[in-house]
Design a protein around this ligand. Structure first.
Ligand code: ADP
Ligand code: MG
Length: 720
């Protein structure tokens, strides 16, 4: 959609524009127009004063009863105190040193008042509320229409309220020139859409509910179409790009590595390996997504691709989203390759937090070409890093896939390198098409042989006998020579559950999973287990994110060597931990974790020849969404199915991981599960338009729109 790029200060004034930029990240008129209402409220949803809660944000409709100005005892200044009533209850509004407001707020006037309630002198009050007064002489007819007007409720901050946004929007819309239509006419007709101009105006200022609904449907289509057209255009361009073909040699590192493997590759690993080898052998860059179940052996597939490139004399870089993950990948690749091969390949780690001298050495290895496999974080994207001959980029995108992110490293090759993207959790097709619509997809479905699978049970904390049974079960496994993980949502008593990802909408989290007691903390749990009748005598270790790296590494080594029976930890064990002898995992306050996260976590047990057991402890009440999510995790080990469920419940921004990577790739009105069909339709529409008009010369406004999206993506990239 082609929206004005004019800065907001021209329309709203400096101060307001600054606040909008600072608190909502909205800088241009277009940004503001794309800040869509979260929902619409009607008067019926307003809070009656008689039932008003304390300490919460409320909006009331009320009449002004009286207005008083008081001096503050012993101080300069005054308080303006206004009593309002909605017929049933009364409350007061207070303003400090703003006596001039008495000119607006006169007895007998009616208005909307919003703010956070507090108690002062036994009276409920709103201090410095936001307000909007009804027109003074409003005819009954108009008053009725006014009252039925849907009130848009915007995502807001405590400083920039939804009303300020609504007001700003009004100012912008009043002066907005008619928007140009970027969507091909035949598509508007085919799907019965509103014009772009109509849609933007009606989503912000609907006269009736059906207007914002139609506007929303139109804008959803716009979003789906732009996204798919962008992805398809990129795919076409990428397919035409030139890259260096890379082919393994018969007696090279790949052959040596394969010969040294202590196990056979799965059929899937072989098939995907061949797909990748074919891609790498072509003179065009590979753009492939590798997805698969936890433990399906993706890392190994990626490593073998890197060995192909090494054979052909090129370099490969593995990009991990965090320092910890980069170190874990580095260690696991070193282990898998074996010392000699790792040395021969100049395996190198580069992260932002490395000491300067070490970093310098790594940079030298990279630029000289001695390092053929490099593992690192975003530090790899930094300008100072130059490669000798970058042939392959492997992106371990974890939960943070952003369309833009992949681009950065690409620019480091002489010719665009091949790109293999791994996702840590399987993603449903709808999401794959939405976010990775410019990629080919390879999937590993089977787990390496010998895996016995995982059984998962939800254990209700309301039932002490069941909880006791959990620890007895852990003791039994240890007695049989196995080991156990105990996972907690936080580290110690007073920190926030930062390591867990509560992944529901704000509103749902409040209702469904508000903890009734402090959440299980690793430090305290480790302590408590030492006096637990079942497991107290066992060797218990503790690991969490606040420990120094050496401490974590040594605890992990102890556990891996079988010198600890139970490892109590936070989610630091989520990825990359591979202890085949661990067979039980107990997750405490399991409802605090995301569905995909739980699936990922339990992938840590049952990796050896023994069946895995995962016990999800929760105090979630019957028939809550929280319990339903846990039951879902217990009911299937099909990661694809779980990620569908996860997607339905999660906020899209979190799924796409673009909350961190900034704006443009975040979906605004689209929801990938709900709008799967729409996304597919938009994709085939986009393919049709591009097939008939590949350079979009017959659709100049659409071309301009897509160019703008690409530009915004580039900008985001530069920022990240
Ligand atoms: P993923 O990244 O897909 O979760 P990994 O690549 O970490 O899985 O593999 C999990 C474990 O399985 C690793 O210890 C790896 O060495 C091992 N593994 C990989 N492929 C096979 C195989 N074909 N047979 C046996 N073990 C394998
Ligand atoms: Mg892995």
């Amino acid at each position: 959609m082609l929206l004005p790029t004019e800065n907001l200060d021209r329309v709203l004034g400096d101060r307001t524009a600054k606040a909008f930029a600072k608190h909502l990240g909205l800088k241009t008129v277009g940004d503001l127009l794309e800040h869509f209402p979260r929902r619409y409220s009607t008067r019926g949803e307003l809070t009656p004063i008689a039932q008003i809660p304390i300490g919460e944000a409320v909006t009331v409709v009320a009449d002004i009863q009286d207005v008083r100005e008081r001096r503050i005892k012993g101080k300069a200044g005054s308080i303006l105190e206004i009593r309002i009533t909605d017929g049933d209850g009364t409350m007061s509004l207070t303003f400090f040193n703003q006596a001039w407001r008495a000119k607006d707020l006169k007895p007998g006037m009616r208005g909307l008042f919003a703010g956070k309630t507090s108690i002062y002198n036994g009276q409920i009050q709103l201090a410095h509320p936001d307000y909007e007064l009804f027109p003074e002489s409003i005819a009954d007819e108009d008053a009725k229409a006014w009252a039925e007007l849907p009130i848009p409720i915007y995502p807001a901050s405590s400083v920039v309220t939804t009303w300020m946004i609504q007001r700003a929007m009004g100012i912008v819309l009043d002066t907005l020139a008619p928007l140009e239509e970027s969507l091909p006419k035949e598509l508007i007709a085919r799907h019965g859409l509103l014009s772009a101009d109509d849609a933007v105006r009606k989503i912000h200022r609907p006269a009736k509910a059906h207007e914002w609904m139609a506007a929303r449907d139109t804008l959803r289509y716009h979003e789906a179409f732009s996204l798919q057209a962008t992805l398809l255009k990129r795919k076409r361009l990428a397919a035409a790009e030139e890259s260096t073909p890379r082919v393994a040699t018969a007696d090279g590192v790949l052959a040596a590595f394969d010969a040294s493997l202590p196990f056979n590759l799965t059929a899937g690993q072989i098939a995907v390996g061949n797909e990748i080898a074919d891609d790498l052998a072509r003179p065009h860059p590979m753009h492939r997504l590798l997805q698969g179940e936890v433990g399906s052996g993706k890392t190994l597939v990626a490593l073998r691709a890197m060995l192909v490139v090494a054979d052909a004399g090129g370099q490969s870089a593995l990009l991990a989203p965090t320092e910890v993950l980069a170190s874990q990948h580095f260690a696991s690749i070193e282990r898998t390759l074996g010392h000699d091969l790792a040395k021969r390949l100049g395996l190198t780690l580069l992260t932002g937090q490395m000491p300067a001298a070490e970093k310098k050495r790594a940079l030298l290895q990279i630029v000289s070409g001695k390092a053929q496999i490099i593992v690192g974080t975003h530090a790899l994207i930094a300008e100072a890093v130059s490669f000798f001959d970058l042939g392959l980029i492997v992106v371990d995108e974890q939960h943070r896939f952003g369309v833009e992110q992949r681009e950065a490293l690409r620019l480091k090759g002489k010719l665009p390198p091949h790109v293999l993207t791994m996702t840590a959790t399987p993603i449903p097709r709808t999401l794959a098409v939405t976010v990775f619509g410019d990629l080919e997809v390879s999937t590993l479905t089977e787990l390496p042989g010998g895996r016995r699978g995982i059984t998962t049970h939800v254990v209700r904390e309301q039932n002490p006998a069941q909880v006791a049974r959990v620890w007895a079960r852990v003791a039994e496994e240890v007695a049989a020579g196995r080991q156990a993980f105990v996972v907690c949502p936080r580290i110690d008593g007073d920190d926030a559950p930062e390591e867990a990802q509560p992944d529901l909408d704000d509103e749902t989290v409040e209702d469904a999973t508000k903890p009734k007691r402090p959440l299980a903390a690793a430090v305290a749990v480790a302590e408590a287990l030492r006096s637990n009748p079942s497991v107290g005598k066992l060797r218990i270790g503790l690991m969490h994110g606040r420990q120094a790296t050496e401490e974590k590494t040594s605890v992990m080594a102890e556990f891996a060597a079988g010198r600890l029976d139970i490892l109590v930890s936070t989610t630091v064990i989520e990825v990359g931990v591979d202890v085949p002898n661990a067979t039980v995992m107990v997750v405490l306050d399991a409802e605090r974790f995301g569905i995909s996260q739980l699936h990922q976590l339990r992938g840590r047990v049952g990796r050896g020849g023994h069946a895995g057991l995962c016990l999800l402890l929760s105090a979630a009440e019957d028939a809550t969404l929280a319990l339903e999510r846990l039951e879902a995790v217990a009911s299937t080990t099909d990661g694809f199915k779980l990620s569908e469920i996860d997607l339905e419940l999660r906020r899209e921004g979190d799924v796409l991981g673009s909350t961190q990577s900034g704006g443009r790739s975040a979906l605004k009105l689209l929801r990938v599960v709900r709008d799967a069909e729409l996304i597919q339709t938009a994709r085939s529409d986009a393919a049709e338009i591009l097939a008939a008009d590949p350079t979009l010369e017959r659709h100049p406004l659409l071309a301009a729109d897509l160019a703008r999206i690409d530009e915004a993506a580039q900008e985001n990239l530069a920022k990240s």
